[in-house]
Design a protein around this ligand. Structure first.
Ligand code: XCC
Ligand code: SF4
Length: 630
């Protein structure tokens, strides 16, 4: 216990540098090199003042040319770009959610996909007024899945999940006209608004950005999370490990990467098959190690304890180890670079989705009907590839940390019951957590989410912010690549309680939790929405009054902007470490950092100085405490 220490970013970087030497030997490209070729970035793009949505352009705003050919000014151009960015993210998360609904629709007692959490399915069916009595669980699954799929295109009404929000929040949404209608409608409407000659008024574009974000967080992403739980099980605390050292030089290494658990769950299933393990032994390996990258990794870590090889900017590193037999991807956040990079090694780069097809990959199309046989084919292909390894290129950095992951809302409620002696009903409540917060034992909570971005020293912001927050008795819930940064550093090891302030440390000891709780992948930020909604209801406060903020210090993707919009729209102040291409319009900056507060009681703060960012979050949490007199 005494010798527990966190892994530092310097140590991560030393390991990466060693791997880049291997890369140099085989003539591999790397993002570290490509960043050099791409910087300095285009100033117009950076400020969001370049428009190419019609063929009269592209138009760029300068002091000499303050308007595009159609007459659109910088504010309209920045605003449209921002809304398009959001729509891209909302579409992506929601389409992932839709895929999960389809998987659920095809679940069968004798099929590859089963219902692993029938209680949750029944709970959702009741919530949606679907008759459950006397129904076969698979009939119910089909009915619920079909109802969910209708949420994407229904002609009337708002998203069903909105009812989970406190009434006050629902009222705000209604009043601001941002309650999301059908998911596809919000995405299409956003693209309509940003078409040439439609909206160029920042206020209107920001309003739709919030609405499109909400159709993601309280629509498509929530479908993704909830029905993944129904299919693959609701996460419970489970031990795993993180960082490249989880790969095993003596084993066949399969790395799963992407977002949709439908693929990775099956790969994990077959990698565990005694027949496959025996086959791996027959080719000279000791066994099979499946590890993950990005959110697919979060999904299988939370449900199966599959180790996490790394996050977004570490994806090339897994190939650079020379010990990766196959990197199997589904959708999103996959570097096209993996194709050419794999060619420098023996690694098979296997794409599986019609949505994410890439050159220099082997395309094994994966679908619900053939999932089992395709997963088996992929595992076998990896095993067959073991013999092609070049031993002189194998180097796996000896670096990993233990992590306890799997904190779904259900798990958090259950776990924190142990902290106080308060009586809880059967379903459990968040009251023990509220008591910790009101008594000041915990000052508040930060939801730390998002990606890596070469504009920020990778993982540095995540780790430094989390360290300072927990030292100040602020509990952190994390998802996506931020969660993996925490796990790699050791912050999800229960022993990390020693880095907390006295109050949080005591809570960690009593509840037997790490100070940074892994809540899952990026679609699982919907879990965080359910958690704050429950906290608000249980405490009688509005969400915006809770001493809780969101933070994405290293974000990069369209999805992250969509997330930011729904987190803000839910009433949670959100702190960004990277500017979302809006610096070219003071009006857009005003709406995002101040104006929206009148509608949703929260707003963005953009702060690229990490030290200042953390202080601003702590100040905000303390302000919120003072405002409610705790
Ligand atoms: Fe992708 Fe989800 Fe970002 Fe990581 S955190 S880089 S979006 S994998 Ni979602
Ligand atoms: Fe230029 Fe207007 Fe066309 Fe945009 S919409 S490219 S600003 S003319």
């Amino acid at each position: 216990m005494g010798d527990f220490k966190l892994t530092t970013v310097e140590e991560f970087e030393a390991a990466t540098n060693r791997l880049l030497e291997t890369g140099a030997k085989v003539g591999a490209d790397a993002w570290q090199l490509r960043v050099k070729n791409q910087t300095p970035h285009c100033k117009f793009g950076e400020q969001g003042i370049c428009c190419r949505i019609c063929s009269m352009g592209p138009c760029r705003i300068t002091p000499k040319a303050p308007r595009g050919i159609c007459g659109c000014d910088a504010h309209g151009i920045v605003g449209r770009n921002y809304l398009k960015f959001t729509a891209g993210g909302a579409a992506t998360h929601s389409d992932h959610g839709r895929e999960i609904c389809h998987t659920l629709y095809h679940a069968a007692a004798d099929g590859a996909y089963k219902v692993k959490d029938p209680e949750k399915l029944i709970r959702i069916a009741k919530e949606w007024n679907i008759e459950t009595e006397g129904k076969d669980i698979y009939d119910l699954a089909h009915e619920v899945a079909e109802t969910a799929l209708m949420e994407y295109g229904k002609p009337f009404g708002y998203q069903r999940w909105l009812k989970r929000a406190p009434q006050h929040t629902q009222d705000l949404w209604e009043k601001a006209e941002i309650a999301p209608r059908a998911i596809d409608r919000e995405v299409a409407c956003s693209l309509h608004m940003t078409h040439m000659g439609c909206s160029s008024k920042p206020e209107a574009l920001v309003r739709q950005s919030l609405r499109a974000g909400l159709c993601d967080g309280w629509g498509g992403s929530m479908c993704g999370t909830e029905f993944s739980d129904v299919l693959f099980g609701t996460p419970k605390p489970i031990d795993t490990e993180a960082n490249l050292g989880v790969m095993n030089a003596e084993n066949v290494n399969i790395v799963v990467h992407g977002h949709d658990p439908s693929l990775s769950e099956m790969v994990c299933e077959y990698a565990d098959d005694p027949e496959m393990i025996a086959y791996a032994k027959s080719v000279g390996a000791k066994g099979i190690t499946v590890s993950g990258v990005c959110c697919t990794s979060n999904e299988v870590a939370m449900r199966r304890g599959i180790p996490m090889a790394g996050n977004f900017l570490q994806q090339e590193n897994v190939v650079l180890t020379g010990a990766c037999e196959a990197i199997v991807v589904d959708v999103q956040c996959i570097f096209p670079a993996l194709g050419p990079l794999s060619k420098c090694f023996h690694t098979k780069f296997i794409t599986t989705s019609p949505i994410a097809q890439m050159p220099d990959s082997e395309y094994i199309r994966f679908d619900v009907g053939t999932a089992a046989e395709k997963a088996k084919q992929i595992v076998k292909l990896a095993i067959d590839n073991f013999k092609n390894r070049k031993p002189e290129l194998v180097y796996i950095p000896d670096m990993k940390q233990k992590a306890t992951v799997g904190y779904s809302v259900e798990a958090i409620v259950k776990t924190l019951d142990g902290v106080t002696n308060s009586q809880v009903d059967e379903m459990g409540t968040t009251k023990p957590l509220i008591e910790c917060i009101t008594s000041g034992v915990i000052r508040g909570a930060v939801a730390m989410v998002g990606c890596n971005n070469p504009k920020i020293r990778p993982d540095y912001a995540h780790i430094e912010l989390m360290k300072k927050l927990i030292a100040n008795d602020i509990i952190v819930v994390a998802s996506g690549c931020a969660a993996q940064a925490a796990a790699k550093a050791g912050l999800m090891d229960k022993r990390a309680k020693d880095f907390c302030g006295a109050g949080l440390k005591r809570v960690c000891e009593l509840a037997d939790i790490p100070p940074v709780l892994h809540m899952g992948s990026c679609v699982d930020i919907s879990r965080m929405m359910i958690l704050v909604a429950t906290l608000a209801k249980d405490s009688g406060l509005n969400i915006s009054q809770l001493p809780v903020v969101g933070c994405a210090p290293e974000w990069m993707s369209e999805k992250a902007v969509s997330i930011g919009n729904y987190v803000v729209a839910t009433g949670i102040d959100t702190f960004l470490g990277v500017d979302p291409y809006v610096s070219g319009s003071d009006q857009m900056a005003y709406w995002l950092t101040e104006g929206v507060r009148d509608w949703v009681e929260a707003a963005y703060t953009v702060e690229t100085d990490i030290e200042k960012l953390v202080d601003k979050m702590i100040d905000r949490i303390e302000e919120k405490r003072a405002a409610i007199g705790i």
